[in-house]
Design a protein around this ligand. Sequence first.
Ligand code: NDP
Length: 292
Amino acid sequence: MILLDGKKTSIEIKEEIKKTVSAIKLKGERVPHLAAVLVGNDGASLTYVGNKVRSCEYVGFKSTLIKLENNISEIDLLKQIQILNSDNTLDGYIVQLPLPKHIDEQKVLLAIDSKKDVDGFHPENFGRMSLELDAFVPATPYGIIKLLERYKIPTDGKHCLVVGRSNIVGRPISILMSQKRISGNATVTLAHSRTKNLKKLTKQADIIIMALGIPEFLTSDMVKDDVCVIDVGITRVVDKNNPKGYVIKGDVDFKEVSKKAGYITPVPGGIGPMTIAMLLQNTLQARQWNLS
Ligand code: NDP
């Protein structure tokens, strides 16, 4: 079994980005600038945004954290989005999801200037990605592709099963895996909560990408020998023995499935850190597109 070490790979990618930023600085040009909008005080969101800001600092980007009250109105949030859209010192920004229930997430994501949409959630970027045109690819699917690429995992003609069809993970990765590209050319099946006899599909698959958010859902009796398993799931499970009061679990029973798998990602230390690295990559790309 080969462990697909997302932490190590993400550090390699961050080092490469850091070098590029140093070269930008040497030329006396402005370094990439990423902003993050955080609404409210959700613990997990605070952690994710904190990690993103720290990673920006590590590679030499400028970063700005915009913290807004949980009770901000949709109109005021949209005004904030317009300010960010017209800020010429900013290459890209993200709005950390989920947003409070009284705010229409789609409305907010649609208001983001697609040229600054480094999360790749805007329909223009989603459409361009689907058509294999230059686009910001959503960071998590992009991280999966890069990890497969760096470990030279064969994907050509393989049966790839994606479990979960969300707009930010499942659906985009199913598109990317089916494209004529490196770490693509797979025959893809996209499964979801209405899929019948999922076990029959998981047992056939050469590559399984789990993105549903149910801890340890994929068990060893559901997979064939030498399967490649990518675990996107991140769920906080209450654990009174842990000083934090919780542990992070993926969608895969890692202990048992890793005994059968050819390749597998851990949680934590798999797709999570790769997601952050690819957000930085998208921001660097935004800076380069701004220059040209
Ligand atoms: P969503 O809740 O948006 O989507 C979950 C998907 O799983 C849905 O398509 C749902 O089907 C499907 N599903 C639910 N139950 C089952 C089931 N029993 N069998 C088959 N399919 C099922 O989740 P996200 O895509 O946003 O996130 C998925 C997981 O990935 C979460 O744990 C999240 O925290 C994590 N995540 C991790 C990231 C990272 O950086 N590593 C980034 C983003 C997410 P249906 O559509 O029919 O409801």
